[in-house]
Ligand binder design. Sequence first.
Ligand code: KIV
Length: 305
Amino acid sequence: MSSHPTPHDPGAIDRPPVTLPQIAELKRIGQPIVMVTAYDYPSAQVAEAAGVDIVLVGDSGAMTVLGYKTTVPVGLDEMLMLTQAVRRGLKTPLLVCDLPFGSYESSDEQAIATSQRFIKEGGCDAVKLEGGGTSVQRARAIVCAGIPVMGHIGLTPQTATALGGYKAQGRTAQRATDVWTDALDLQAAGCFSIVFEAIPAAVSEIVMERMEIPVIGIGAGPSTDGQVLVFHDLLGIREGHGARFVKRYRNILDEMVGGVTEYAEDVRAGRFPTEDHTYSIDPEELKQFRARLTEHHTGAYDFMS
Ligand code: KIV
């Protein structure tokens, strides 16, 4: 949990894995829940070392690490590969994975089969799906199959086109009521948690009065039980600032470009590698090596002549 020492602390101890009851307990005692996305082994190790509570293999990875323009094209096998890499780098936080677009909407059977793959092959603890409506029924089916589900309402990037683009949701009385209905329906369906994305803070606050399960916000104001940010947004590993709700804590992209640029300059100027980065050989062995080559060369010459 976030208050435990990180592996980099001198007195670090092996922390037990975070469980669903612990996440519920954080809500009960009013301790904010920290969630971050990760998409590979190093980002998982960073999340582990930072002591976050939940790691999400978000389908935002479609854009941040796979270079797609939206989250829609990413496939199930691609998401599974990202999830497996994260699993290998993670010991403690709860691991949740996004069901990608097209992998759960068609039927309850499809939703269960996809979720089972994420649990069995991806090693995650829970799955996340987007939307209310039909997704509520899918969530219920997955929960009944014994797999914990996190919901996701408000701005749901997989269906952003249908929502009129990447913009805040619940900004009219009718749309705020839709948010309220979706949240309560997903809660009743058995979700252990829900993400509220890009919802006016005042609307979240009203819906939160009825939420018994932990709600993780992203652009949903301070009343939710926790917060989530995309790894690449908060660390500045992508160009542009992103959505209004992003807070950038570092500018790692600048650091990375700077490092590779210096490396290129060093190679071109002959400054790298130096002796520090070079292996040595015993001078006597080197002498014998030269002698062997001379013999070999002479032999080859004799043969050819
Ligand atoms: O895909 C993702 O990263 C997400 C978070 C923004 C919640 O769904």
